[in-house]
Ligand binder design. Structure first.
Ligand SMILES: [Zn+2]
Length: 122
């Protein structure tokens, strides 16, 4: 961890994955998603809520160190829709994580976590 600022929390990542409901880039819902840096680490990106999106294996491998908008254009993916949704989800994750944290303060009030509902916190 030496000096590397990876400040996406496990809670944020869990809600982020649930909010996207699959790969942020191509929409694939099969298979596991990985933390992908929208702005690659090699270009100054970091593992923060602002900069992480869930990506399926093929997208993650294909995008690699590319800049996201040029990569999405090359793949004929809708980068504009991605950027809009990325901003919306980032905002809702902050609200949702704060709400879940608040819920956990009260005993016997577990937050509902249905496996496949991306809207469980809205
Ligand atoms: Zn994908």
């Amino acid at each position: 961890m030496a000096g590397v600022d990876h400040d996406l929390t496990d809670e944020q990542w869990t809600v982020l994955k649930a909010s996207w409901g699959g790969c942020a880039y191509c929409g694939a819902t099969e298979g596991p998603v990985q933390r992908d840096c929208v702005l690659p680490i090699s270009r100054g990106g970091r593992y923060t809520l602002d900069n992480v999106a869930p990506a399926c294996g093929p997208c993650n491998a294909s995008k690699c160190n590319d800049e996201v908008t040029s990569w999405m254009r090359r793949k004929r993916l809708d980068e504009r829709a991605f950027l809009v949704r990325h901003a919306e989800i980032r905002a809702s994750v902050l609200v949702c994580v704060a709400r879940v944290a608040g819920d956990q303060v009260r005993p016997a009030a577990p937050a509902p976590r249905p496996e496949s509902s991306p809207t469980w916190c809205t």
